[in-house]
Every structure is written in C-alpha cells, then in structure tokens.
Design a protein around this ligand. Structure first.
Ligand SMILES: Cc1cc2nc3c(=O)[nH]c(=O)nc-3n(C[C@H](O)[C@H](O)[C@H](O)COP(=O)(O)O)c2cc1C
Length: 329
C-alpha cells in the first residue's frame, strides 16, 4: 500500500514548500522531490537540496545520474537525511539530461541501470530503490523493450517501477511536449503487472479523472499524479479516499484550515531561513479552484507588491477579496 497514491516529482514545482502543502491535504500520499542530479548533490549545497520538514514523510528523493559510484554516494546521503526511498529518473527526455547521459535515454541501457540500482542498494540496503521510467523511447512501441528493461533492472532488486505510460521521444520534442504528444498507453503498465506479478507497478500519466483512477487501481498497484495534483491540490483528498478506501481524519478539514496552516508554516520559514512568503505561496494557487472568488484570492497571494506584509495579513486580504468576487474561477 506504500505506493498506492503518489505525487510525481516535478522540477521547480515539488520543492519542500509544495510538499508540505500537499501533505497537509493528503496525509497518506507518497511524495517525491524534484529530480536532483548526482553532480548537484555531491558538489553543491547538500543541505539546500536535501533538507525537508519531518511532516513530509513518506518522502522519496529522486536522483538523476548514471554513474553507479556517484549514485551510491548520493543514496548514502539520502539515508543520512532520513528519506524513505531513493528513486532513479529514467524518464526525463530533456536534451540537457541526455547530454549528461541519464534520464529517459537510460532505458536503452538496462544493464547500466541494473548496475546503478545494485550500487545504491549495496550502499543503503534498508531503503527501497525504485525506478521511474517510460514505456519506450523514440518510436519503439515493442512491448519487449519495456519488459526487458523491467526484467533486467529487477535482477538488481528493484521491486517498484513507476511507469509514465507513454514513450519519450528524444529526437527534438521538448520535455513539455513529451508529456503531451506521445500517446498514453496504460494497458502496457497493466500488462507489466500481469507479467511481473510480484513487482509493484505505479501508473503515471494523465490521471485525474476519479472514475479512471478507480478503474486503473484495480489492475496496477498504485497511481502517481503530477499536473492534476499541482493544479487542483484540494482534490488529493478525493483521490486519497478513492485509493485507500476510507478517508483518514486529519486536523485539516477545510481549505481555510490549509491556508491557515500554510500561514503558520510561512512564518516559521521566514523566521528560520528568511524564506519570503511568496516562495511558498506560489504553490498554493490551485487551492481555491472552483470556489467563488478564487481568482481574486490568487491575485492577492501572488501580488509582489505585498511582499512586505506578514503572511497573516495577506491571508486576511485574500479572504476579503474572495467575498468581493462572486464568480467562481
Ligand atoms: C513542471 C514539471 C516538471 C517535471 N519534472 C520531473 C522530474 O524532475 N522528474 C521526473 O521524473 N519527472 C518530472 N516530470 C514528469 C512528471 O513526474 C510526470 O511523469 C508527468 O507530468 C506525467 O504525469 P501527469 O500527467 O500526472 O502530470 C515533470 C513534470 C512537470 C509538469
């Protein structure tokens, strides 16, 4: 059940503030960091990349890299920092990532990925090492390609595969278009589950409709939501109830509760790290989606001219603005 519902790793989006926000709404969902490359981690500011709030558990660190010894060192760091899982990115199609020879192009080198997973597992035997990948690269639509990949990587002890159910086209399509243009084929993930029944398969790509989510969860082990969760985060409650069967009681029961809890978080962040509230608030823009006055509420929370105000004052203004605008947005 640990992977039943997940929020996808998303660069520039799922930073620690965003994850804290999602956790308030969804207590049982597994959260993922943005991809961090081995180079950035080993040669950069480790604490800045790795620090998180204890409330974020269960939390996975997603790594980008293809050098087993470097990945092993990063895995050891992840363990030291208290992460619950290490995930290797084998799905990112960006040209920058391809030049670094990792991301989706690793799907063409299953033996190398097996070596990477083995090195990380040796370094941290107690943590699950998982892989996030596509169903193929470029125009290869042969099921054998992805099933060989899973079979080979599984030999190193990877037992959880998170599958973005579309190909990655590495020949010039931008990362954004690569999340839209290659067709989604969730049946391929269901087939993987049938062929490797003792492995865990998490379906990713285009999920958001509750009926579809419910149907897919009958044939795979879990679901990972990306853009839908980011743009309409309040629905994580509905998806959690669907994925786990029953709603879990939490201290946060309304959108007002979430907003107030985020204000307290912003105050703590400003006090300890000097983080401006705008850096936190940018992830909350979808919270009021569908409510009357949502657009005006968003405008207040994203107004840079208010940056000198305390977060609690911004909240008061945002709520007052909502009342002034009866149009849902
Ligand atoms: C802004 C953005 C950044 C992303 N960054 C990453 C990343 O760092 N690592 C990764 O594996 N996938 C990344 N992805 C892909 C998502 O994890 C996910 O696979 C993809 O969006 C499909 O799921 P969705 O249709 O539910 O959004 C990113 C997606 C978006 C929209």
């Amino acid at each position: 059940m640990a992977w039943r519902l997940c929020v996808a790793p998303m660069m520039d989006w799922t930073d620690r503030h965003c994850r804290y926000f999602h956790r308030l709404i969804a207590p049982r969902t597994r959260l993922y960091t943005e991809m961090i490359t081995t180079g950035a981690l080993l040669h950069g500011d480790m604490a800045r990349h790795l620090d998180f709030d204890a409330a974020e558990h269960p939390l996975a660190l997603q790594l980008g890299g293809s050098e087993p010894s470097e990945l092993a060192r990063c895995a050891a760091l992840a363990q030291r920092w208290g992460y619950d899982e290490i995930n290797l990115n084998c799905g990112c199609p960006s040209p920058r990532v391809q030049r670094g020879a990792f991301g989706a192009c690793l799907m063409a080198e299953p033996a190398l990925v097996r070596g990477c997973v083995a090195a990380m597992r040796d370094a941290v035997p107690s943590l699950p090492v998982t892989v996030k990948h596509r169903i193929g690269i470029d125009r290869v639509e042969d099921y054998g390609f992805v099933s060989d990949f899973v079979g080979t990587v599984g030999e190193a002890g990877c037992s959880v595969f998170i599958v973005h159910a579309r190909n990655a086209w590495l020949d010039g399509l931008s990362p954004k278009r690569n999340r839209e243009v290659p067709p989604l084929r969730p049946d391929t993930v269901a087939r993987l589950k049938r062929d490797f029944p003792d492995r865990t398969f998490v379906l990713n790509g285009g999920l958001g409709d509750s009926g579809q989510l419910e149907r897919e969860l009958q044939r795979v082990d879990g679901a990972m939501l990306g853009r839908a969760a980011y743009h309409d985060p309040w629905r994580l409650r509905e998806w959690e109830a669907l994925a786990f069967g029953t709603p879990e009681p939490t201290g946060v029961v309304t959108r007002d509760d979430v907003e107030a809890a985020m204000v307290r978080y912003m105050e703590r962040q400003a006090g300890t790290l000097g983080t401006p509230w705008l850096a936190v608030a940018r992830h909350m823009m979808g919270l009021r989606l569908g409510e009357a006055g949502a657009r005006r509420w968003r405008q207040v929370w994203s107004d840079h001219r208010l940056r000198g105000l305390a977060p609690v004052e911004v909240m008061q203004r945002a709520r007052a603005a909502m009342v002034g605008d009866p149009q849902p947005a």
